[in-house]
Design a protein around this ligand. Sequence first.
Ligand code: FSO
Ligand code: SF4
Length: 568
Amino acid sequence: MFCYQCEQTKARKGCVKVGVCGKSPQVAALQDLLVYALSGLAMHATRAHALGVWNSDECDKFFQSALFSTLTNVNFDPERFPAYIFRAVQFREEIRAALLEDSMRTKRPFDEKLHHGPAVWTPKKGFKDIDFLESEGRAVGVLEDQAVFGPDVNGVRYLTIYGIKGLAAYASHAAALGEVDPWVPKFMYQAFDFLVSADPDEQHDLGANLKLALKVGETNLRVMELLDKGHRRMFGVPEPAEISTKPVPGKCIMISGHDMMDLYQLLPMAATAGINVYTHGEMLPAHGYPGLRKFKSLVGHFGGAWQNQKMDFALFPGPVLASTNCVVEPLRSYRDRLYTLNDTGINGVKHLDLHDSDQMKRLIEHAKSCDGFDEALISKFDPKTLTVGFGREAITQHAATVLNAVAKGELQRVFVIGGCDGSEHKRNYFTNLAKSLPVQTLILTMGCAKYRLKDLNFGNLGNTGIPRVLDMGQCNDSYGAIMVAKALAAALNTDINSLPLSISLSWFEQKAVAVLLSLLSLGVKNIRIGPVLPAFLTPNVLQALKDQYGLEPVDIRHPEDDMHHMMD
Ligand code: FSO
Ligand code: SF4
């Protein structure tokens, strides 16, 4: 195996024996093969769309969901991948039939490029032989591409692929909320088509590849806009709210991940059954939405960021649902209480469909059979209060106060500290950076990176009554931060890069890659990224990004130096 798609990759080069995340070589090969099969589908879809001879919402949805299954910490179950691969080939053949029919009818020549590689790949031994699929997958990964394109161009190709994976994940969340834009999957097909079938000169051109990567960022902006719209339409505008982490007595279920629709599905059923629901990790921002808070069954939040799940899930006295990333191989102590949903999967762990009433009944029975919280257990926890819900609306409501604070010198700079969290000690950098900031600063957080600051008290900004740390929500709510920055720039009659605003991006996986590309596509400069740089970007490519966008690595050992540079 060779995988270097996330920040924790082995020795900052690539996982080769087994993933640091726990991904097996078999799953790595099956995921590579799935991406290969999807690129064959994309080649056909691009041509069929251009000719107007095929369109399928179902295929668009499948394409996004299949890509989502290959993100870091989503699906570790080898048994799930043959079905994804089969479906990708099945859709490809459906589109091929439409293209052939069109060619016969119109006498338009059938594209030669559709006679090779992923356009025609079918497993000789069928789709059920996992070992055979694994051997096929081993021949179509990063290293095989690198032999063709060289490290620089290949790095940018994978920047695009990982960005599209993040984009696909966000598009899946948006689709769950009923928000789709057909332009988005069309772009994804075209991007994969470029990667596998553009003319060789273009495929090897670093500039053309960088342009495509930025287009991924631009498309991701649209997807984050859809998500923002969907969340508000379904659950209302987020409002600041304080949540105690003190559990309450009673039987319980916990839900982690990003998919608020899963929580929305769960809450009424839990309410009817008298089961309390807790959020975990990236579900915390749910408490800011009026349309979710209205359910009495949503009683609180338990635990910290995704990387604490082994401890948090083990302590939780009820079933735990992993709606999306990040889920990891469970401990034996809670394995039988864990359920995966949607595209998440763990070998041997129950997979649940929240829309299946029989499965839901069994989940509720399971919760009733678990211990739940009682006073003795509750007394073992040290409760904290978390504040969420500072969406773009809550912040822009205070725009006049903020601008006044700028004029009075009470506010010198706004820092965005957002993105992912992770277990590495070096991620303390983001805590230390925040601690080093002068009191005349505001800090906007989003994503699970917020957990790095949750135990600290930063007080208020001068006499404004505005807390210095404002949590804007999930990682996709970086869209809201962009809207706030645009509003501030408009009010001050300037552009985003001239604002007293610094961005420190804590990246871990492919959603963060998509967000970074979105920021670059807007021309945002001088972003600092860490704790370490993506292994797939070579020194030459990083230099190009530094020259063009001022992209800098964080200085892990000297957050104060970074603070001074940014304040200057
Ligand atoms: Fe975190 Fe995981 Fe939201 Fe990521 S839970 S690390 S960027 O998946 O998606 O912030
Ligand atoms: Fe390694 Fe990350 Fe790939 Fe897992 S997802 S195998 S940790 S690079």
